[in-house]
Design a protein around this ligand. Structure first.
Ligand code: FMN
Length: 176
């Protein structure tokens, strides 16, 4: 089955559940919990050592992942809404908290993510339309890199207009 195959079905998980994974510095999966395995439909053997993009959904804008990686590289944590793809091609939205893991000398030695079920109305009214706009911008350029940079700029502008960093933006949206 093609890794981009989509069923068009959306699935979810329990409000009291947390999807957990850890990666090395390159974003290759080193740990995932049982909820991750159940929701994604992969076995632990299929996931360990694989790039985290194995569950990337094609509707996700690259600019959001750029913000995620830039934030982590700067040593900060980030909250981000992410639409993921299961092994069989279903989708599932999460609110992810992603943070670097440090050793005793404050070197970043990997990354860690916990994910909860997001607020449904927020996804429908704010996040999905924003991501659709970013994706369209990315695809409107013949050159992939230029498109991603333009969308990243749009994302930064959206955050700037709100006068916030992405994690604050998300926290405010959650409270709204
Ligand atoms: C701890 C951690 C968790 C991540 N979780 C996800 C995730 O759930 N879904 C996803 O698509 N990307 C996730 N990513 C980002 C991926 O590493 C990757 O950047 C993204 O899927 C885009 O793929 P690409 O960089 O190959 O375009 C995570 C990264 C880290 C460090």
């Amino acid at each position: 089955m093609s890794e981009n195959f989509l069923t068009g079905n959306e699935v979810s998980f329990g409000n009291d559940e947390i999807i957990v994974s850890k990666t090395n510095l390159k974003g290759h999966i080193t740990y995932c919990n049982d909820v991750f395995l159940r929701v994604s439909g992969y076995t632990e053997k299929e996931l360990l050592g694989q790039p985290h993009s194995i569950i990337r959904h094609p509707d996700m804008p690259r600019s959001v992942f750029k913000l995620l990686w830039d934030t982590l590289a700067g040593g900060s944590e980030i909250f981000a809404y992410v639409n993921n793809r299961t092994k069989k091609g279903d989708s599932y939205w999460v609110l992810a908290h992603v943070t670097p893991s440090w050793d005793a000398r404050r070197n970043i030695i990997g990354y860690h993510s916990n994910r909860r079920v997001p607020d449904r109305s927020l996804i429908e009214q704010t996040i999905a339309p924003l991501y659709a706009k970013l994706l369209a911008e990315e695809k409107s350029h013949a050159n992939r890199k230029t498109g991603m940079q333009a969308a990243y700029q749009t994302l930064v502008e959206v955050l700037k207009d709100a006068g916030m960093e992405y994690d604050e933006f998300i926290a405010t949206l959650r409270a709204a």
